[in-house]
Write a protein that binds this ligand. Structure first.
Ligand code: ADP
Ligand code: MG
Length: 250
């Protein structure tokens, strides 16, 4: 399939993906993966060459191989995919297998208690489901009971989201380990089709997980990462993250 003879027109420029809609295919969206990179919910002014192609190929690989009902219909050119248009569930389904990033900070400042050594990059005894809200400004942790009490999804749907997310994390961890890598955590998004069925949506790739080298993994230190953590670390070290957090508090 080629986009040159289609009638897709721009509907939304997301942080990373640009979305197009077509009047002749109203049930679909075409996502074009750009070379843009975002961190802490801000798009960074410098692009990463070939990032879009790589993200699209990662997404196709996982949607084809995870064996979970998902929104992918087709891929186009080197950076695009056509998906089923869904009513997105406004929760980021995060699964964490290691104490890192925001979870490490929350354990340290007493916001959350987890049964593990309070040491950076410790492996958790079991992967945990650690959802957040989905916001354009700052995603905030949300508990399972808040998801139910705010009627975001039903209890049964939440169980599906939680169990499916943890299963996907375990599958991807297993796939990565065969190539000498480790997945520390993962962010997934789901949406509902017209019949109310929940499908895995958005994308899965190095913008959605932390990928570490198995050989170099060492508890207690910042891990060498093959994802956008390098950028986050740089933004923290340069003081940008603090400036950003202070500005958001105002
Ligand atoms: N199948 C789908 N139907 C409708 N919306 C989707 C679907 N898959 C993903 N989305 C949404 O499209 C947007 C993807 O673009 P992205 O660049 O990631 O934007 P954002 O800046 O909102 O993260 C996200 O808001 C995501 O929730
Ligand atoms: Mg996104």
């Amino acid at each position: 399939m080629s986009t040159s003879d289609s009638d897709y027109s721009l509907i939304k420029q997301g942080k990373v993906k640009t979305a197009y809609e077509s009047p002749s295919n109203p049930d679909t969206i075409m996502f074009d993966f750009s070379d843009r990179i975002s961190a802490f919910d801000v798009v960074i002014p410098t692009d990463i060459p070939k990032k879009g192609e790589n993200l699209r190929d990662f997404a196709k690989f996982f949607f084809d191989n995870l064996n979970v009902p998902n929104h992918l219909i087709d891929t186009v050119d080197s950076t695009k995919m056509i998906v089923k248009k869904l009513d997105m569930i406004p929760v980021e389904c995060i699964v964490r297998g290691y104490l890192y990033g925001g979870l490490f900070d929350r354990v340290n400042n007493g916001e959350i208690e987890i049964d593990c050594d309070n040491v950076l990059a410790t492996k958790l005894s079991e992967p945990i489901f650690d959802p957040t809200t989905k916001s354009d400004i700052k995603d905030e942790p949300i508990t399972e009971s808040e998801i139910i009490s705010q009627n975001i999804v039903s209890e049964e749907e939440l169980n599906y989201l939680k169990n499916t997310s943890i299963d996907i994390y375990k599958k991807i961890l297993d796939m990565a380990s065969k190539s000498g890598f480790l997945i520390a955590d993962l962010k997934l998004e789901f949406g509902k089709d017209e019949s109310g069925n929940i499908l895995l949506a958005d994308s899965i790739g190095p913008d959605e997980f932390r990928l570490w080298s198995l050989a170099k993994y060492e508890v207690g230190k910042t891990q060498e990462s093959y994802d956008k953590q390098i950028l986050r670390d740089w933004l923290i070290d340069s003081g940008y993250k603090k400036q950003l957090d202070d500005a958001k508090k105002k």
